[in-house]
Design a protein around this ligand. Structure first.
Ligand code: SAM
Length: 203
């Protein structure tokens, strides 16, 4: 997905943290969910997929989590994130999530505002195959996307909106639904974005 990479590199080369709608000064909800599903065990393998310029990696490292991977298609995004936690032993992965070949598995797969950029049916299926292969049995998928009340586009790109039933149709089979709820994200520009969050447990 060369076009996607170019798009995201340009975004991070030209915009600061507070100029992009998804930025959060404190990724509190993600952190709370990760703590809940790791039982605060600090050495479990966690991946933040499409971590971008999020502070989540920093907050996890500062809280003592020491088996963290961050994957993003944008080198620039990873570098920005790396600068915040220079010495931490984070596994930084520059790749398209659809093509990365995982050689290990995770207890927690976290994705906030990345999955919804997939709009083609076969890309959505590829993502499901990736997460199904990369999460350990009884591990968790924590996923936040725009809901059916949310925006239709983000960063100039079309997105797919989700609902609880759409999530169930896609992921049940390999995963069991644990919880699903709505969230309103206040963007740095002061507008509201409707998200839906889901947590699945790997069968
Ligand atoms: C809206 S941002 C969300 C960033 C972060 N998760 C957060 O909550 O702040 C979407 C991120 O996904 C990354 N991304 C988009 N498509 C991707 C793909 N196919 N593979 C990996 N990363 C991707 C972008 O580079 C960007 O950093």
């Amino acid at each position: 997905m060369k076009d996607a990479k170019q798009h995201w590199e340009k975004i991070y080369q030209t915009k600061g943290d507070h100029e992009v709608s998804w930025f959060q000064d404190k990724p509190e909800l993600s952190m709370r969910l990760i703590q809940k599903y790791t039982g605060e065990e600090k050495d479990v393998a966690i991946i933040d997929v499409g971590g971008g310029n999020s502070l989540l990696a920093k907050v996890l490292v500062d809280s003592g989590y020491d088996n963290l991977s961050v994957l993003d298609i944008s080198k620039c995004a990873l570098e920005r994130s790396k600068e915040r936690i220079l010495d931490a032993p984070v596994n930084w992965i520059e790749s398209d999530i659809l093509s990365y070949k995982f050689s290990y598995q995770f207890k927690v797969w976290h994705d906030r505002a990345v999955f919804h950029f997939l709009t083609a049916k076969n890309d959505i299926q590829k993502y499901i195959d990736q997460v199904s292969g990369a999460v350990v049995k009884e591990g968790y998928l924590i996923l936040g996307t725009f809901s059916e009340e949310g925006p239709l586009k983000c960063s100039g790109l079309e997105i797919t909106q989700y609902s609880k039933s759409k999530f169930k149709d896609l992921f049940e089979g390999n995963f069991e639904l644990v919880e699903c709820f709505d969230e309103v994200h206040k963007t740095p520009l002061g507008t509201d974005q409707n998200f839906i969050w889901v947590v699945f447990k790997r069968n």
